[in-house]
Design a protein around this ligand. Sequence first.
Ligand code: COA
Length: 257
Amino acid sequence: MTFVEVTHEGHVSTLTINRPDKLNALSQEVLGDLNAAIEAVSRRDEVRAVVITGTGKAFVAGADIAAMRDMNQAEARGFGALGHRVFSMIEHLRFPVVAAVNGFALGGGCELALACDFIYASSKAKFGQPEVNLGIIPGFGGTQRLPRRVGPGMARELIYTGKMISADEALRIGLANAVFEPDELLAAAAKAAADIAAKGPLAIAAAKRLIRDGMDIPLPQANKVERDAFGAGFGTADQVEGMTAFLEKRAPRFTGA
Ligand code: COA
């Protein structure tokens, strides 16, 4: 893969978007590599959490404007569909994905971070949906995931003004979960991922699925889905191991079975 580096440590894989001369802008090729990288890590049984970050001064400075300028409507629709497909795949992985936002997360970069389970930001990070500056709207899920994350009022302001906000502001509005010094960001994201990887993989997968799907269905129905999933977790090796380890006052050894 040319534009995405993949590394593995224990149960955690890190995907680094690597097109620094264009601030990691998402071209068709970059999205294709991201797609391939995600498919590759999802095929590895031992992976239990992923970190996504970027090389250089950007996380991702958006979809590739040079590639988009001459697109016709059908091509733009296809490009949007590709972004949606890749980001939806991230949301549907069996394990959590932490966005380690090291710099600019604009447009498609902010949308990529929003498709991840949660966001850790460098104090130098900048977030925004600047598409209206270009005469277009967010096309990789921004009009939908941003209001779900920060509420409709805040999302409207960010999308209508196209303004950039700081990491601290992103933290204040609930877009980022935590802010770190730039040289501490990756270690913090890797630690969060490793902490998650030490939990029962089946429980984490069920929690991810329930939170994702529950946001879009009425509460009574969502609570019923949770009740069923709670019951289904019993009798698994992870449930027996987790509770036995507690009672035996030792650390659990989860297998995801
Ligand atoms: N698409 C294509 N190329 C991009 C890009 C994007 N979204 N964002 C940055 N680049 C390119 C620049 O064109 C430049 O290329 P060049 O060196 O060949 O001229 C290179 O990356 C470096 O960017 P530059 O603008 O010189 O860096 P900067 O530090 O002065 O400014 C930003 C940084 C992020 C403020 C600025 O690059 C920017 O506004 N980018 C576009 C953000 C955007 O609108 N994203 C949404 C797209 S839908």
